[in-house]
Design a protein around this ligand. Structure first.
Ligand SMILES: Nc1ncnc2c1ncn2[C@@H]1O[C@H](COP(=O)(O)OP(=O)(O)O)[C@@H](O)[C@H]1O
Ligand SMILES: [Mg+2]
Length: 314
């Protein structure tokens, strides 16, 4: 087997460095015993995802370790966004959409009947390709928008100032906006708005951050800066990140594992370990390990894109 490829047995081996966290339970009446801890933050088990009768994603099983970065790549339309939206139960907001199989968060089935989907969406942060700050809200209010909903955590208003500064520092936006926090978020540039959305997502200190091509709309230079910035957020906040991109370099640069998806119906066709040391340095992109991984990814995506094209034109 290729040295980069993750075998199921090695991935599920016991890792003494991985601890279960005291995360808020999602279920209102606990069906999960205290012993039911898991070494995985997220686990997908044989997930099929439908839009009415259309099978968009088929048989996806995977595990994501706490505080790791997993990236998904695959041809356009293969179901990357669909998988991501099934992890925070946004998928079911679409009429007729449904899943079969299981999504576990810290060992708990987030689709169990007694789980509140609103709580799931609050526990798991999401950042989209297009920045979506609340247009009429100030920069300050945008950052704390999620926290204001967190009545159950008893967040004190007095701590908002600290959170705003820490989150904006984390998103590498503080210096640019600290003197105009009361101005509308919509007045910022595209790259700044995306950093504002990242600040808003990390302000609630989510266990998991889902990112759907978050830097896709940015110019190459800003994109590189944002990738490095994401890695510093990831190491500072200890978040588990699931990242979707169609950019092979980006997927390798960020991730501990790269999953490659087939054309529709999307399934996982390869699972690559990225053992490049951290902190990552853009110069690594010219090294032999990076290049070898890139070749595997590009070959598979090319084959799948061709298959998708042929499917569409049949
Ligand atoms: N709301 C929807 N209703 C019906 N089909 C959808 C919807 N959203 C996505 N799809 C279909 O599901 C498949 C996967 O889409 P998507 O997850 O957006 O792919 P990707 O993010 O990889 O480009 C595509 O065939 C797409 O047309
Ligand atoms: Mg998508």
């Amino acid at each position: 087997m290729d040295a980069h490829r993750t075998s199921v047995s090695s991935d599920t081996a016991t890792d003494p460095t991985v601890e279960a966290t005291g995360q808020e339970k999602l279920v209102t009446s606990s069906i999960v015993s205290p012993e039911a801890v898991t070494q995985f933050r997220i686990e997908l088990k044989n997930l099929d995802i439908y839009y009415s009768d259309f099978l968009a994603v088929q048989g996806v099983s995977l595990q994501v370790r706490p505080q790791s970065v997993m990236s998904f790549i695959g041809p356009s339309g293969c179901g990357k966004s669909t998988v991501l939206r099934s992890i925070d139960r946004m998928h079911e907001v679409t009429p007729g959409a449904r899943v079969s199989g299981q999504v576990l968060l810290d060992g708990e089935d987030i689709y169990a009947p007694n789980v509140d989907p609103v709580l799931v969406r609050r526990t798991i942060g999401m950042v989209f390709q297009r920045p979506n700050p609340f247009p009429t809200m100030s920069i300050y209010d945008n950052v704390i928008a999620g926290l204001k909903l967190e009545k159950s955590r008893g967040v004190k208003k007095s701590s908002f100032d600290d959170t705003v500064e820490r989150s904006l520092q984390g998103a590498n936006l503080w210096d640019e906006v600290k003197d105009r926090l009361d101005r509308p978020g919509a007045g910022l540039s595209g790259g700044q708005q995306q950093r504002l959305c990242i600040a808003r997502a990390i302000a609630v200190e989510p266990e998991v951050l889902l990112m759907d091509e978050p830097f896709g709309a940015l110019d190459a230079q800003t994109r590189l800066m944002m990738q490095e910035n994401l890695l510093s957020i990831w190491s500072e906040f200890g978040i588990t990140v699931v990242f979707v991109t169609h950019d092979v370099d980006e997927s390798i640069f960020l991730a501990d594992r790269v999953l490659i998806m087939s054309a529709s119906p999307g399934s996982v066709i390869d699972d690559l370990n990225v053992t490049l040391p951290r902190p990552r340095d853009p110069a690594m992109a010219t090294g032999s390990e990076f290049m070898a991984l890139k070749k595997i990814c590009l070959d598979q995506i090319r084959a799948e894109s061709l298959r998708a094209f042929e499917q569409q034109n049949r």
